[in-house]
Write a protein that binds this ligand. Structure first.
Ligand SMILES: *[C@@H]1O[C@H](CO)[C@@H](O)[C@H](O)[C@H]1NC(C)=O
Ligand SMILES: *[C@@H]1O[C@H](CO)[C@@H](O)[C@H](O)[C@H]1NC(C)=O
Ligand SMILES: *[C@@H]1O[C@H](CO)[C@@H](O)[C@H](O)[C@H]1NC(C)=O
Ligand SMILES: *[C@@H]1O[C@H](CO)[C@@H](O)[C@H](O)[C@H]1NC(C)=O
Ligand SMILES: *[C@@H]1O[C@H](CO)[C@@H](O)[C@H](O)[C@H]1NC(C)=O
Ligand SMILES: *[C@@H]1O[C@H](CO)[C@@H](O)[C@H](O)[C@H]1NC(C)=O
Ligand SMILES: *[C@@H]1O[C@H](CO)[C@@H](O)[C@H](O)[C@H]1NC(C)=O
Ligand SMILES: *[C@@H]1O[C@H](CO)[C@@H](O)[C@H](O)[C@H]1NC(C)=O
Length: 403
């Protein structure tokens, strides 16, 4: 199974009109390959070199670093990984060499007030395992590299002499499968940086819940279990977590790993995250007759029962976040009620006059207030359909409306 590939593509297509409008200001950043990765076997699924995109900081931000993991689903068996190896999700050969830096990656102070002048890096995703795998599959005809963990290490080693080793402030972020990667690399990231640097982490749409689907099957748990097994991930999970749980592979889920992470965290997620809605709560395997098709495309078309099910999902997410909400003094959160997935990389959801808000605060303001300790920031939205600031970014149908 190759989760999220089509999803991410369609999600981008819903924002095309905005992109066209702001074309004259968009920042394109060149790809940098990491030649030294080969020595440690840190290769993409197909054996190509891994890569990142770096845009330099300046002025007050010249010693500050934002690293952003690219997202894009996972592959959990040989067949789906072989397919992926022939696409931009599994090989730098097929990737665009110029990436648009927008939202949290923008270099425009008006659009990204707190991070615009930092060194900003996008780590390209080509391992299919949230940058955590470390094994190789090989037979007479086929080789697949499951080397996400090594790719992470190789990119960091490449960036250290470019100034990362002298960082004063750093933020490790990422969206979706990249948001999940932040949970598994946050504390490790801090060990590479000066002791006195301020190191924090942000997960955007990476809080994938260990939730049963509507047929009461733990289908996401099965999916992650097979992924962890295929890609040799378990040994790279937080040892304190794997030591504490009877099923150590569950530590791939953020809700179990989070309490063992020391660095300050910010969790940005929608309580009705559309990826989780479509693939964890209501995967097509649990809705064979397509009763949910209309509701998936347009929340206004959901029946009362379906809304109840979605409200139940929201409550389960808030429940899983409750220990963090209560106990993490240095943590921040922004859990809104929009039908979206990934809100930090798009200008329209990150920061602007009509951006999504909670208590009149944009995501950029909430993240900035938390990072710079300007204000306590743990925002939880009221339940659907109360929020009138939403940009619902739903794949397939182009429902890009106010809720
Ligand atoms: C920054 O963004 C604002 C708002 O879109 C725009 O008016 C301005 O021209 C941009 N500045 C640069 C240097 O692109
Ligand atoms: C990107 O890099 C290539 C090769 O180094 C170079 O030819 C091209 O001009 C660069 N593009 C931009 C926009 O910097
Ligand atoms: C090697 O593994 C691939 C993937 O499972 C399979 O399609 C192929 O037939 C195998 N080749 C040999 C020679 O066993
Ligand atoms: C960390 O310590 C080094 C060496 O003492 C110093 O140069 C640097 O400015 C300090 N960084 C911060 C963020 O305080
Ligand atoms: C539960 O989900 C897994 C993963 O999608 C699937 O392999 C399995 O067949 C499902 N079990 C049932 C009883 O539907
Ligand atoms: C595990 O917990 C111990 C004690 O709290 C701590 O010293 C250690 O750094 C933790 N290890 C990891 C991998 O988080
Ligand atoms: C919301 O914030 C904006 C600035 O971001 C401000 O202009 C507006 O007055 C605020 N609205 C309310 C109701 O506080
Ligand atoms: C801090 O947040 C609270 C609640 O959102 C708000 O009322 C207050 O004005 C904020 N303070 C600052 C300094 O931004």
């Amino acid at each position: 199974m190759n989760l999220l590939v089509a999803f991410a593509f369609l999600c981008l297509s819903t924002v095309a009109p905005w992109r066209v409008r702001s074309q004259q200001h968009r920042l394109l950043v060149n790809m940098t390959l990491v030649p030294n990765a080969r020595a440690s076997g840190a290769l993409c699924l197909d054996g190509s070199l891994p890569a990142y995109h770096l845009h330099r900081g300046y002025g007050a931000g010249k010693d500050n670093w934002l690293l952003q993991f690219e997202g894009g689903g996972w592959c959990n068996d040989l067949r789906s990984c072989l397919d992926r190896a022939k696409t931009r999700r599994g090989s730098t050969r097929y990737m665009t060499k110029l990436e648009i830096f927008s939202g949290i990656l923008s270099n425009n102070a008006t659009l990204n007030p707190d991070f615009y002048n930092w060194n900003r890096v996008k780590l390209r995703y080509c391992d299919g395992g949230s940058f955590t795998g470390d094994t190789v599959f090989s037979n007479k005809t086929t080789t697949l590299h499951f080397k996400g963990q090594k790719i992470w290490e190789a990119i960091i080693r490449d960036l250290l002499p470019r100034g990362l080793e002298d960082a004063r402030k750093a933020l490790l972020s990422g969206c979706s499968a990249g948001g999940l990667a932040t949970f598994h690399h946050c504390d490790n990231f801090a060990t590479y940086l000066p002791m006195n640097a301020s190191v924090k982490c942000l997960s955007d749409a990476g809080f994938f819940l260990d939730e049963r689907d509507i047929s009461l099957n733990y289908s996401m748990r099965f999916f992650f279990k097979s992924l962890v097994q295929l890609q040799g991930i378990e040994k790279n999970l937080n040892r304190n977590c794997t030591g504490a749980l009877y099923f150590p592979d569950l530590c791939f889920f953020p809700q179990y790993a989070l309490r063992y992470i020391s660095a300050p965290y910010f969790i940005l997620n929608s309580a009705y995250d559309v990826f989780q809605f479509h693939h964890i709560l209501v995967p097509s395997s649990a809705d064979l007759h397509g009763h949910w098709n209309d509701c998936k495309q347009n929340p206004a078309a959901c029946t009362a029962d379906q809304i109840d099910t979605l409200q139940g999902f929201r409550l389960d997410m808030l429940g899983a976040l409750r220990p963090f909400y209560m106990n993490s003094r240095r943590g921040g959160m922004f859990i809104n009620s929009c039908f979206a997935h990934c809100q930090s990389e798009l200008q329209e959801t990150w920061f602007g006059d009509d951006s999504s808000r909670i208590n009149n605060k944009t995501i950029a303001e909430a993240v900035g207030d938390w990072y710079f300790s300007r204000n306590m920031t743990k925002e939880i939205d009221c339940a659907y359909p109360c929020d009138t600031t939403c940009h619902n970014l739903i794949p397939e149908a182009q429902v890009n409306s106010k809720a």
